[in-house]
Design a protein around this ligand. Structure first.
Ligand code: PMM
Length: 304
């Protein structure tokens, strides 16, 4: 575990941060946690919904994310906020395709955030280099096989149910980390059986998805146990509700756009625990944060 044992930890740390096989060389670095910028091309995402629904505005924002330090920009056309209804498949493709193509044309590495094989296929054909499936293959049984055929890395997130009903699924035993790890292992096995090479798989605890605040905190506290599963780990905490609840005042939860310092704090913790990548809205703060972690861990390497 790399977080506390700085003196002997650097090699382990670098190894745990090694990304999935199959990424372009510029994303295959292992000297710090990578930063994934969030680009929701949706009218209804909880934090940035509606702001980038127009393709030109979305492409401009994706370029701004890259310029602010994002290693990769995650384009999504379907909101997964709690309670969200599903978008029609054709509409999802219509939303993401011009944005993926526009960013790829400008040299921005793009991942596609989708549960649908058709959307993944179209996005990869347009140049996306990674498929980020919040359902970990559970929403569509064809997804893992499709990603296997596309030959790109696959993010398998912990997920139990669609947004309209996920709140009722936020029930775990005494050890939520063990439960999530076991369900992730099952999802990973499904992906491997469908043909995705194990070394192309990334796992993600799915903070906020069928999880109450206490579950999210426990997963952050136990992130080293997920890292120890041996797959690159992606974490998405950015601006999520549990941060707003933590920082609430009598007036209510901390507003969504005032959760950046808390988000950067999470980025520090998970980078120190060996996460491969963090998925955030405010790229600049987290980019600085992961560099601080990397410099600290690198300095701890010198034996005296
Ligand atoms: N969270 C959201 C969407 N996509 N993908 C991954 N891999 N991990 C996450 O935690 C995740 C995700 C929801 O947040 P958003 O509405 O800000 O995109």
């Amino acid at each position: 575990m790399p977080s506390a044992d700085y003196a002997s930890g650097r090699a382990t740390y670098a190894a745990s941060m090694t990304g999935p096989a199959g990424l372009p060389p510029e994303l295959s670095r292992a000297d710090r946690c990578l930063v994934m910028g969030i680009l929701n091309v949706t009218p209804d995402s909880f934090s940035d919904g509606g702001r980038f629904a127009d393709a030109d505005a979305a492409v401009a924002h994706g370029i701004a994310l890259r310029d602010a330090g994002a290693d990769i920009v995650d384009v999504g056309g379907e909101s997964t906020r709690p309670g969200a209804e599903r978008v029609a498949p054709a509409q999802e493709v219509d939303r993401i395709l011009p944005v993926v193509a526009g960013l790829v044309a400008r040299g921005v590495p793009v991942s596609i955030d989708t549960m649908r094989p058709e959307t993944a296929t179209r996005a990869v054909a347009a140049g996306a280099v990674l498929v980020n499936d919040v359902s970990g293959g559970l929403a569509d049984p064809r997804m893992a096989g499709t990603v296997a055929g596309l030959g790109v890395p696959y993010v398998v997130m912990h997920w139990r149910a669609h947004s309209t009903e996920m709140a009722t699924w936020a029930r775990y035993g005494d050890d939520v980390v063990a439960d999530v790890a076991a369900e992730l292992a099952t999802a990973v096995q499904g992906a491997v059986r469908a043909g995705v090479p194990a070394d192309r798989i990334v796992i993600d605890p799915g903070l906020g998805f069928a999880k109450e605040a206490e579950h999210n905190w426990a997963l952050l506290a136990g992130l080293d146990r997920l890292v120890a599963l041996g797959f690159p780990v992606l974490v998405g905490a950015s601006r999520k509700r549990f941060l707003g609840e933590l920082l609430a005042t009598p007036a209510g939860p901390r507003p969504v756009d005032e959760r950046e310092a808390a988000t950067a704090a999470v980025s520090v913790m998970v980078a120190a625990a060996g996460a491969w990548c963090v998925r955030v809205h405010d790229v600049a703060a987290t980019r600085d944060a992961v560099r601080v972690v990397a410099a600290t861990l690198a300095a701890g390497h010198d034996p005296h």
